[in-house]
Ligand binder design. Structure first.
Ligand code: HDD
Length: 714
């Protein structure tokens, strides 16, 4: 990976181990949260504090009589219930959150005066919300979509929100186009379909007419849009920001989150099936990992561009449809984030959390990216209608841990009881408090970076934003052959759902042909359209022509198979000691093996004992696992060979390129199903074979198998 670290990386905590430091960290973090309420041992009361004697029956005129209006207990309860819902987010409505902390790898004072990046001993609490963009709150987790990656740092100098995505670019260059884009991608207005996806006319109509979207759309058609897990996604701040040091020297930066779990995806067929079999697949995966102590970790990095180099690139740093290839500017790692605590209450925390890219702290500032500038307005505005007024910063999950005093007063849902008479500044009545703090090297008031601007007031897009295809081409050409095939299939699938042929033709001829003629020809063939012979614009191409960091294949992670889910499929007659040995070998690698049987009832082992299973193979199909193990015992193998559900489980696992380890007795079963031994389909349970299986799980998918797996029914 072309990243470099500053100071020593803090990877001293081995994957999955709990250190005393961690317990201390959690205690420190929770001491900041006096507002959590626990009703254990407490009386049930009304909202006015009156103890309730009967929570089962409305007050009535006689046991069979009419209900009485005077029943204030019932009316209070029902009224509150009637108002339980708040408007969902316009975009990113479906989300899931987790608490954790951030710790700097060293003192980055040369780069920024932000306190949370100065001291490796400092623990900064964070709350992260991951989301899909298009679907409503109840939509599926695994749809093809961009994922939101929003982090709130509760620093002791105020809250810093890094409100990014799992893709480093965006669909449009100017915020004024955001409502148009969102109206196009959201379900169509006449029938509110489709839920959660972009495979429909209005989306493709818009993006085929707006070439600046080409780069982001190809990311959305890649495997990045169907992550295996929220734990296995990169995150990006997208825009260029500024970091400013104590001397007032600014650098342009792009923020990156690099997951230690690697960057991995599911296959499209898996994604679609998971959306039906487990709508909550991603939120469950994150929740379970945190509950089991498999805390996911990301490293925060920045690409740093000195102010003097602003115009050194063949793209504009202010253009949010462009990346800085890591070959040109490597990522410098600044610190790590660990997610180690699930929320206590989804609504109070994950739903009510309010992010805003305008929440920054001294040492960080904006750039003039016109998309970012529009966002600075939009988020606060949307929170006011979503959370009912301008006091949303007082909701516990949004409260800074830094003190907060101002002359702002009143409004809906004000919770602070401000003392004193002077709610204005300057004042003499309250001694002039609260007072301004002049900017200073450290711990001073916020000061905007002084940028000299000499310009006409004008509505115009800079010419330097004009190249829409070079980096889309860079992306496609940086993919492995498997990833390129997935992209071709994704465009073909989505455009195949578009009813209007003129939209399909426009996308192929005016967008894809400018990205890559082979891509355009392959998609055209799948749509029954002629292959375009040339593009419609001159594309200068990008330097470099390929970038390693863009392919997921180059992000294996460094935690081995920690937290990976392995199905251990058993039936009556299974050899208990071989099951035990396999489970132990997997657990020794911090993987999560799970026993599955024909039903949820225990199976009978070869020596006649009952072996409990966690679930049935029908209830937990192979799409929910990273690897499959079938332990020996001829009786068990024979029973599985006679079960259609079990055979489907194995066929699907093979089709989805999963690592599979089967006892030698299963050779005939494997052959009968038409499966071929390969690097990841292994027969045997000796140490070498188990090691090869672990390696195959670590590789995420058996990519070499993809062509052979085509013939297997889905
Ligand atoms: Fe946005 C939510 C990310 C452009 C307007 N956005 C939202 C969330 C994420 C992003 C992660 C969910 C936060 C959460 O979990 O609560 N948005 C982005 C990124 C963008 C972007 C990475 C481009 C680089 N967004 C963007 C623009 C606008 C908005 C240009 C408007 C001009 N975004 C919103 C919003 C939302 C939102 C309507 C909906 C709910 C909310 O803010 O709190 O204000």
């Amino acid at each position: 990976m072309p990243s470099k670290k500053t100071d020593a990386p803090k990877h001293s905590e081995a994957a999955g181990t709990q250190t005393p430091d961690r317990a201390n960290t959690n205690a420190k973090l929770q001491s900041l949260e006096a507002f959590r309420s626990d009703a254990t041992g407490q009386a049930l009361r009304t909202n006015q504090g009156v103890k309730v004697a009967d929570n089962q029956n409305t007050l009535k005129a006689g046991a069979r009589g009419p209900s009485l209006l005077e029943d204030f207990i019932m009316r209070e309860k029902i009224t509150h219930f009637d108002h339980e819902r708040i408007p969902e987010r316009i975009v990113h409505a479906r989300g899931t959150g987790a608490h954790g902390y951030f710790q700097s790898y060293g003192n980055h004072a040369e780069l920024t005066k932000a306190g949370f990046l100065q001291d490796p001993e400092k623990i900064t609490p964070v709350f992260v919300r991951f989301s899909t963009v298009q679907g409503p709150r109840g939509s599926g987790d695994t749809v093809r979509d961009v994922r939101g990656f929003a982090v709130k740092f509760y620093t002791d100098e105020g809250n810093f929100d890094l409100v990014g995505n799992n893709m480093p670019v965006f669909f449009i260059q100017d915020a004024i186009k955001f409502p148009d884009f969102v109206h196009a991608v959201k379900p169509e207005p006449h029938n509110e379909m489709p839920t959660g996806g972009s495979a429909h006319d209005t989306f493709w109509d818009f993006v085929s007419l707006v070439p600046e979207s080409a780069h982001m759309v190809i990311w959305a058609m890649s495997d990045r849009a169907i992550p295996r897990s929220l734990r296995m996604m990169e995150g990006f701040g997208v825009h260029t920001f500024r970091l400013i040091n104590a001397e007032g020297v600014a650098s342009f930066v792009k923020f990156h989150w690099k997951p230690r779990q690697g960057v991995h995806s599911v296959l499209w067929d898996e994604a679609q099936k998971l959306a039906g079999k487990d709508t909550d697949y991603h939120r469950r995966d994150l929740w379970d990992a945190i509950e089991k102590g498999d805390y996911p970790e990301w490293e925060l990095g920045v690409q740093i561009v000195p102010e003097a180099d602003e115009h050194k690139f063949d793209f504009d740093l202010l253009d949010p449809t462009k990346i800085i290839p890591e070959e040109l500017v490597p990522v410098t790692l600044l610190g790590k984030m660990v997610l180690n605590r699930n929320p206590d209450n989804f609504f109070a925390e994950t739903e009510q959390v309010a992010f805003c890219p305008g929440h920054i702290v001294p040492g960080i500032d904006f750039s003039n990216d016109p998309l970012l500038q529009g966002r600075l307005f939009s988020y606060t505005d949307t929170q006011i209608s979503r959370l009912g007024g301008p006091n949303f910063h007082e909701i516990p999950i949004n409260r800074p841990v830094a003190p907060n005093h101002s002359s702002q007063r009143d409004a809906m849902h004000r919770m602070t009881i401000d003392k004193g008479r002077a709610s204005y500044e300057p004042n003499s009545i309250d001694g002039g408090w609260p007072k301004e703090t002049p900017p200073a090297a450290q711990d001073g008031g916020f000061e905007s970076y002084q940028e000299r601007i000499e310009a006409h007031k004008i509505r115009q897009r800079s010419e330097s934003f004009g190249d829409h295809f070079s980096q889309a081409r860079l992306f496609f050409q940086s993919m492995s052959p498997n990833e390129q095939q997935h992209i071709i299939k994704a465009y073909s699938f989505e455009l195949g759902k578009v009813e209007r042929e003129e939209i399909r033709i426009r996308e192929v001829n005016e967008i894809l042909a400018n990205i890559d003629l082979k891509l355009a020809a392959a998609v055209a063939a799948n749509l029954g359209l002629p292959a375009p012979k040339q593009g419609t614009v001159q594309v200068k191409g990008s330097k470099p022509a390929q970038s390693k960091a863009l392919s997921q294949m180059n992000h294996p992670g460094d935690v081995g198979i920690k937290g990976r889910k392995i199905a251990v499929v058993v039936a009556d007659g299974v050899d208990a000691s071989r099951v035990d040995a396999l489970v132990k070998a997997l657990e020794a690698q911090s993987a999560r093996p799970m026993l599955l049987g024909p039903t949820s009832a225990p199976v009978k082992t070869a020596d006649g004992k009952a072996l409990p299973v966690a679930a049935s193979i029908e209830g937990m199909p192979s799409i929910m696992f990273d690897g499959i193990v079938v332990p020996g015992g001829q009786g068990s193998i024979d029973a599985l060979a006679a079960s259609g559900v079990a055979k489907h489980f194995l066929l699907e696992g093979y089709k989805h390129l999963k690592a599979m380890l089967l006892a030698k007795e299963a050779k005939a079963l494997v052959g009968g199903l038409g499966l071929k031994e390969d690097k990841g389909l292994l027969l045997g349970d000796d140490q070498n074979t188990v090691e090869a299986f672990v390696k195959a799980v670590e590789g995420h998918r058996v990519w070499e198998r993809e062509a052979a797996a085509e013939a297997i029914p889905a």
